[in-house]
Design a protein around this ligand. Sequence first.
Ligand code: SDX
Length: 394
Amino acid sequence: MHSNKEMVKMGVLETGGVIQYSKGLEGVIAALSSISAIDGAQGKLIYRGIPIEMLAKYSTYEETAYLLLYGELPTKNALDEFTVLMRELRHIPPKVEMCITELPPNPHPMDILKVAVAHSGLYDPDQYRCCREGVMRKVIRIIAQIPTMIAYYHRARTGQEIVPPNPELGHAANFLYMLHGKEPDEEEARIFDIAMILHAEHGLNASTFAAMVTASTLSDINSAIVSAIGTLKGPLHGGANERVLKMLDEIGTPDRAEEYVLNALKEKRRIMGFGHRVYKTYDPRARILKEYAEYLSKKYNDTKWIEMGEKIEEIMIREVGKKGIFPNVDFYSGIVYQFLGIPRDLFTPVFTMARSVGWAAHVCEYTQNNRIFRPRAYYTGPDYVEYVPIEQRR
Ligand code: SDX
C-alpha cells in the first residue's frame, strides 16, 4: 500500500473510495453542461446532441455558433438576424486598429490577441450591460472581431494595406479575404468554415475551463475570453499544429518518418498532434481534417506533407496506439491551413477565432447557475517549523 505522500506523487489520493485529488483534475467532473459531449473511448463528439460529422457536412460556423450559444439550431429568420449582427460587429475601434498595427516587432500573435481583445472591451458600448441581451451582444462582438484583429495584425506586420471586412462574405470566407486581400476560392472557404466548426467547442478543455474560472467570480466576459486566450497560447494546448509542421520540416521526406518517430519515442519526446486527455482513440475531428488535407494535397499536387503525416500516423498507432495515443485535432489541421495560405504562427490565433464561441457558451451556461471555482491543494509540507530569527540562520 502506498503512503499518502507516494499517492499524492502518483497523482491520486483516495479517501474512502472518493477521489480527493487528481493531478490536472484528470477525470474530475467540474460542471454540468448540455453544450457538448465527448466519448473518449468511441471517439465521438456531439454539439448540443448533433454529431460533429453532421455539422461539418451540413452546417456553417455561424449556424454552429448559434447552436452552441442558444442551445438549438436557428430558424431561417433567426440565422439571418444572427448573421447580420455578426457582420455588423466585425469592425474594431480605430484606437484598437492603431494599437494592433503599431506594436513592437515580433510579438507572439496570441499576445496581440490578448491585448486587442482586452483593449476592444474598453470601447464596447455594451460593456456595463449585465442583462442576457447585453452579454450576448458583447459575446457576439468578440467572436466577430477576433478574425479582424488577426487579419489586421498580419497585414500590418507584412507591410500590406489593411483590408476591411467584406459584409458580403461569411465568417470564414471574410477572414481569408481580409488576410489575403482577395476573395477566397469558394471550395477553400468552405473547407476553412468546416475547420472552424470542428474547433468551435470541446468541453472543459484548459482554455474553456480558464474562462469559466474567471467568469465564476462574476468578472466580465471580456476578462474571461482574455484568460482563455492566454491559456490556449500554451503549446500543450494550442500551438501543437504549428509544431507538427515544424516536425514535418525536420523529417523532410516520408521515408525518414519511421526513424524520427522511433527515436523520439525512445527519448520520451512527444510527437505533436498526438495524444489527448479524453480521446483514447482517433479524434473524430482529425479524421475529417485528414480528408481535407488529402484533398488539398492532391489539388495543389504537393503530397509530401500528407504522405509524411500518414506515415507518422501509421507508426504512432503501431507503436503507442495500445496506450490510447492517436492523432488529435492538431495533427492534420496545420496541413490544411498551410494550403489555405495561413501563416503558421497564426494557426493558434485561428484556433482562438473558432473556439471563442465555445468559451462564451460555457461562460454563459455556467454563470446561469454559478458557483465560484475554488478547489483545494493537498498540503504536503512540514507540519510545524520554528521561526528562526535571521541572525541565527545559516
Ligand atoms: C488540444 O482538452 C482538449 O479538448 C484539448 C483540445 C481542444 O479541442 O480543446 O482537444 C485541443 O489541446 C489537443 C492536444 C494538442 N497538444 C498536442 O498535440 C501536444 C502533444 N500531446 C501531449 O502533450 C498530450 O497527449 C496531451 C497534453 C494532449 C494530453 O496529455 P495527458 O492526458 O496529460 O497525457 P500524459 O501526459 O499523462 O501522457 C500519458 C502517456 C505518457 O507516457 P508514460 O509516461 O505513461 O509512458 O502518454 C505519453 C506520455 O509520455 N504521451 C505521448 C504523447 N502524449 C502522451 N507520447 C508521445 N507523443 C505524445 N504526443
